[in-house]
Ligand binder design. Structure first.
Ligand code: ADP
Ligand code: MG
Length: 418
């Protein structure tokens, strides 16, 4: 039987109350509504969720969506229910009753969207549950997790297609904000999306000003950076939990209102700190990378890194949390060559396979290339994502005050000699 479809624009207006699609949402949605596969590479905040939610509402049956974080999933399901969409989440925190309720809804074709954690997909229970359901589409959100090039490798992601294989002809989608060519190829390869149409938009964030400095007195340098942002909120990323706490304490002593966030903190405190950050206008959140995924605070005015992130992707994602509202925002990183050397030694001396080591070293070198460039940072960052930018952006430190080229080299020689 031919599937029923509803008009995407009517769904957008009636369900979400938005006037029009943004960017390339419309062509993605048209492709999937008409039964095609899609790989969607849009930067954070571009509106990827609607790219699978709207087709799920336009097509008959339930849209199955894999998403890596239970908290993220809960927020989306909650927001959808508020809009009157029949959404549910399948995760390990469900009681047996809740589980049978979802099964019942699926069998009655009474769900529009079902979110599933990667852990759940691999259980026989899941396969069983959906086997007789009517499926609108399969979507993998945060699809960089299938790739070792991505910053959050989740091998279970690939298992979704084992279920999807039971439903030939049902469209498949992979969505991510990580679009460097390695990750992109890996997603297409590992998810077998060779016949998918690939949709991309520019990853440039013109309102973000980039600055990367050589570290000498990190605390003083940080304080100087923060003094440019009095009265606004931002994030300071540190590598270790201990450093998060020390830095937050020290900032408070210096008169900068700061709170900490890391995975080792008492849950209630951590949640309270996150809530304070989301609500307040003048707060510095000092955090490990545990903070940030799925956080939608539009007016983050700055992001600072006191340590090198793990990769250019991680740097782009973390700095990308600044300026979602489109207003001018600044990101700043202090790095030392000694860190780079130490990181290199850690990779070489680690337990990983040669393949993983090779990937890790390549990631480190790519990031180092951006730190050490005497050219436009924006151009270097976008080049990493396979995007051509003419350079001379006028909104990064190297464009605003060109570095003398011996500077980085001298730092490297000093560090190597140490
Ligand atoms: P992404 O997953 O790409 O980071 P989201 O799907 O979370 O982005 O969307 C970011 C924000 O943009 C959300 O608040 C969403 O409601 C809003 N949004 C998405 N599409 C539209 C649209 N067409 N019109 C207005 N707002 C939109
Ligand atoms: Mg998203």
């Amino acid at each position: 039987d031919t599937p029923q479809t509803r008009d995407p624009l009517a769904v957008l207006r009636h369900v979400y109350g938005y006037d029009s699609f943004r960017g390339k949402q419309a062509p993605v949605i048209d492709r999937v509504v008409s039964g095609g596969d899609a790989v969607v590479l849009f930067p954070t905040g571009a509106g990827k969720s609607l790219c699978f939610q709207v087709p799920a509402l336009c097509r008959d049956g339930v849209g199955i969506v894999v998403s890596p974080l239970i908290a993220l999933m809960r927020d989306q399901v909650e927001a959808l229910r508020q809009l009157g969409v029949r959404a549910a989440a399948l995760n390990s925190s469900l009681s047996p009753d809740e589980f049978s309720e979802i099964r019942r809804l699926l069998n009655q074709d009474a769900l529009d969207l079902l979110y599933v954690t990667p852990e759940r997909i691999v259980t026989p229970g899941f396969r069983d549950m959906v086997a007789s359901a009517k499926i609108a589409l399969f979507a993998i959100d945060e699809a960089h997790c299938v790739s070792q090039w991505g910053h959050d490798f989740r091998p279970e992601y690939r298992e979704l297609w084992q279920v999807a294989d039971l439903f030939p002809g049902v469209p498949r989608m992979a969505l991510t904000a990580t679009a460097d060519p390695h990750t992109r190829d890996d997603i297409i390869e590992r998810l077998g999306l060779h016949s998918a149409e690939v949709f991309t938009t520019s990853f440039d964030r013109p309102n973000i000003a980039y600055e990367i400095v050589e570290r000498d007195q990190p605390r003083q340098q940080l304080l100087r950076f923060l003094s440019r942002h009095k009265g606004s909120s931002g994030i300071v990323y540190c590598l270790s939990r201990a450093k998060v706490e020390e830095t937050a304490d020290w900032l408070n002593e210096q008169g900068v209102r700061a709170l900490g966030y890391h995975a080792g903190m008492d849950r209630a405190v951590r949640d309270a700190n996150q809530d304070a950050f989301l609500k307040e206008e003048d707060l510095c959140l000092v955090a490990t990378v545990a903070f940030g995924m799925g956080i939608d605070k539009p007016n983050v005015r700055y992001v600072a890194h006191l340590d090198l992130p793990g990769s250019v992707e991680a740097y782009y994602q973390e700095t990308g949390r600044a300026g979602r509202d489109g207003l001018p925002s600044e990101v700043w990183m202090a790095y030392g060559m000694t860190d780079v050397i130490q990181r290199g030694r850690m990779i070489d001396g680690g337990q990983s396979s040669d393949e993983v080591k090779r990937v890790e070293r390549a990631k480190l070198n790519a990031l180092l290339g951006i730190c050490e460039t005497a050219g436009c940072r924006r151009q270097a960052i976008l080049a990493h994502f396979g995007e051509a930018h003419p350079g001379g952006c006028g909104n990064c430190d190297t464009c605003l005050k060109p570095v003398e080229t011996w500077y980085g080299t001298e730092a490297a020689i000093k560090a190597l000699a140490a």
